[in-house]
Ligand binder design. Structure first.
Ligand SMILES: Nc1ncnc2c1ncn2[C@@H]1O[C@H](COP(=O)(O)OP(=O)(O)OP(=O)(O)O)[C@@H](O)[C@H]1O
Ligand SMILES: Nc1nc2c(c(=O)[nH]1)N=C(CO)CN2
Length: 266
């Protein structure tokens, strides 16, 4: 049993599965068990703590519960409804996004990956969905959510303070986690913000997926982190994350092709 799937707490496994299956016709991209195994392996490789990832998942669940009381919560089914049967473009963190950004005007739906929301804003592109672990610019994320974007926030052991600071201020918020203890958030298909966005588009049956700024061999775009002044080569931890992202994207491309969803820009 993957360690992120806490079977000593068996009801949790059911509720997490049920919250995804409640959407009519929607299926997990990877089975929860396979996903749990993959995330365990990644945690080992990256040196992350399961305990902290599970703590973050519970905290996000609580913040989403409050968001639901306040009418700000969006389920993963509602997120999928935005994507289903549309041409989805995903704008990520690699350098080439800036040169190709005007092409995003041709997309039916735009998913901004974390910091890319800042760059999109300066070119007048409004994202429909933002996929983030909240280490991009909070200002632009909050601005886009006020303008109508749904923010799909990912909880992990290293962003607990950011979750507490930002989630209560997001107008339209959904959640993903990497430990299966949550009822209102769902187990993310993927690891980095970019491959999770791609996995989401495949899971939600986009009619076509175009990737911009998702080239893991390129430099990291300056918009990717608030502290970057210019685009730079990935630093050692980022290299390892991008390595995993590349593997995830290959896997999801295979699923997309099996479902008959064309993918361009890989
Ligand atoms: N060369 C690249 N540089 C940066 N991001 C890239 C690159 N190629 C693909 N991407 C995708 O774009 C996303 C950009 O998001 P972001 O920079 O916030 O990363 P992240 O997943 O939050 O990781 P980190 O913890 O380093 O912030 C990445 O998650 C990755 O999937
Ligand atoms: N614990 C932990 N989990 C993660 C992290 C991270 O920095 N720490 N970064 C991710 C990709 O952005 C995804 N998951």
């Amino acid at each position: 049993m993957p360690r992120g799937v806490t079977m000593d707490d068996p009801w949790v496994f059911n509720t997490a599965s049920i919250s995804t299956y409640r959407c009519s016709g929607m299926k997990w991209l990877l089975s929860p068990l396979l996903l749990g195994e993959l995330l365990d392996a990644i945690r080992g490789f990256m040196g992350y703590s399961l305990r902290e990832d599970c703590r973050a998942a519970r905290i996000l669940d609580w913040l989403l519960y409050e968001a639901r009381l306040e009418g700000r919560y969006r389920s993963i089914c509602e997120v999928c409804n935005i994507i289903r049967d549309t041409h989805v473009c995903i704008a990520g963190g690699s350098e080439s996004l800036e040169k190709r950004i005007r092409l995003l005007h041709e997309c039916e739906r735009v998913i901004a990956v974390d910091g890319a929301v800042a760059l999109l804003s300066s070119y007048g592109v409004r994202p429909d969905i933002i996929v983030t672990d909240l280490d991009g610019s909070w200002f632009y994320i909050l601005e886009a959510s006020r303008a109508g974007a749904v923010v799909l926030v990912h909880a992990h052991g290293d962003n607990i303070a950011a979750l507490r600071a930002v989630v209560p201020r997001i107008e339209r918020v959904a959640g993903t986690v990497q430990c299966m203890v949550s009822e209102l958030a769902y187990m993310a298909s993927g690891f980095t913000d970019g491959d999770r966005a791609f996995g989401l588009a495949v899971m939600c049956d986009a009619s076509k997926i175009s990737l911009y700024g998702m080239n893991t061999r390129e430099r990291v775009g300056w918009w990717s982190k608030p502290w970057l002044k210019k685009s730079i080569p990935p630093w050692p931890e980022k290299v390892r994350k991008l390595h995993i992202a590349e593997g995830m994207m290959r896997l999801f491309t295979a699923y997309a092709l099996k479902k008959g969803i064309p993918v361009e820009g890989l």
